[in-house]
Design a protein around this ligand. Structure first.
Ligand SMILES: NC(=O)c1ccc[n+]([C@@H]2O[C@H](COP(=O)([O-])OP(=O)(O)OC[C@H]3O[C@@H](n4cnc5c(N)ncnc54)[C@H](OP(=O)(O)O)[C@@H]3O)[C@@H](O)[C@H]2O)c1
Length: 316
């Protein structure tokens, strides 16, 4: 068995396990939030790992948290599945979402136990609720079109399926993905659930065809870019000629990068009444949920609003 190198921290430390963590807005926001939460002594430390890194790299990062008393926990991005796979035997507890999806975005400790949580279904849902409000689909009869079938789409679809009130569920969700496997994985999950939402799975990456699919949506529909295009990779899943639904909502899941899809939608704000949202609220929910878990605090509505305002003030 490999011996892990454990650094004894002198101050309480919160880790961010990602790829290019230094570029994230959280580096600016975190100290301000800790001040707001009355925990200014807490430090943020980025852990940059390669995409699909060696299992031992994930185990080392987990061991540091598990064995050093002042290493409190971590938010995990990008490596959610790989870290779970590499280090699942090191954990004492997984929440039901982590156990069901085989991925985790939060590492925390409670009474000596190491815990893993998958927060994405909650944070994607909170962000969707923030954007559409109550009874949006009942009121407007809009549909949802999502480009991309990765983890964030799975979480969004799960959230909509689980909505109790019929007015909070769209009649139809169309998912367009570049290749087939993730569509199959998503379909398998949806088929195991009971839902009255009509789901359509389309394997496509031709932007002209994506334009046509978008043109078929009714007014007030929501179009989501969950492909990472415009941040992780260049471009947009649609062309500059693609027409967003009249009075619809365009939601780009990212808040940094070229954001081509978002700019395409912005050009139709006036002419087609399109409302444009970026991934900022998603970012704030993602982080506050994990911070609450790691620090074992409750972040209620007023506190969330305060933290959002503090974060918003750091945006240009
Ligand atoms: N603001 C926030 O806090 C926040 C939170 C969550 C996610 N995000 C962002 O949202 C994006 C998606 O996240 P994720 O975790 O779901 O990513 P992911 O797992 O990488 O999934 C992206 C999916 O998009 C598909 N795709 C790529 N190009 C496409 C195209 N032209 N047309 C159709 N499908 C295409 C990929 O297809 P294949 O299956 O063929 O690879 C893949 O399934 C990322 O950029 C992430 O940074 C932001």
């Amino acid at each position: 068995m490999t011996q892990h190198e454990i650094v004894r921290k002198e101050v309480p430390t919160f880790y961010f396990i990602g790829v290019t963590t230094g570029k994230s807005s959280i580096m600016k926001v975190f100290p301000l939030w800790m001040k707001e939460l009355g925990r200014p002594e807490l430090l943020m430390e980025g852990v940059d790992l390669k995409i699909h890194d060696q299992p031992e790299a994930y185990r080392q990062a987990v061991a540091q948290i598990k064995h050093d008393p002042l290493s409190l926990g971590a938010l995990v991005t990008t490596h959610k599945i790989d870290l779970y796979e590499a280090a699942k035997d090191m954990f004492d507890y997984f929440d039901p979402y982590a156990a069901a999806t085989g991925e985790l975005s939060s590492i925390s400790k409670l009474e000596g136990r190491l815990e893993g949580h998958a927060k994405d279904p909650i944070t994607a849902g909170l962000s969707m609720d923030h954007i559409v409000g109550e009874n949006y689909f009942g009121r407007t009869s809009g549909h949802v079109l999502i480009f991309g079938a990765g983890g964030s789409t799975v979480s969004t679809v799960l959230h909509l399926i689980k909505k109790e009130s019929a007015g909070d569920r769209p009649a139809r969700i169309i998912i367009v993905n570049r290749s087939q496997p993730r569509l199959d994985r998503l379909k398998e999950m949806v088929d195991s659930m009971d839902t009255d939402i009509e789901l359509h799975y389309i394997c496509n990456q031709d932007p002209q065809r994506s334009d046509q699919i978008m043109a078929g949506l009714p007014e007030h529909s929501m179009v989501i870019n969950a492909t990472g295009m415009g941040k992780d990779t260049p471009g947009s899943p649609i062309t500059d000629q693609g027409q967003f639904p009249i009075n619809g909502i365009a939601w780009e899941f990212n808040y940094r990068g070229e954001l081509d899809f978002m700019h395409q939608a912005e050009r139709q704000q006036a002419s087609r009444g399109v409302r444009v949202e970026d991934g900022w609220v998603y970012f704030v929910h993602g982080w506050t949920q994990v911070i609450a878990q790691v620090l074992h605090i409750e972040i209620d509505q007023p506190l969330f609003k305060r933290l959002s305002d503090v974060a918003a003030a750091t945006r240009k």
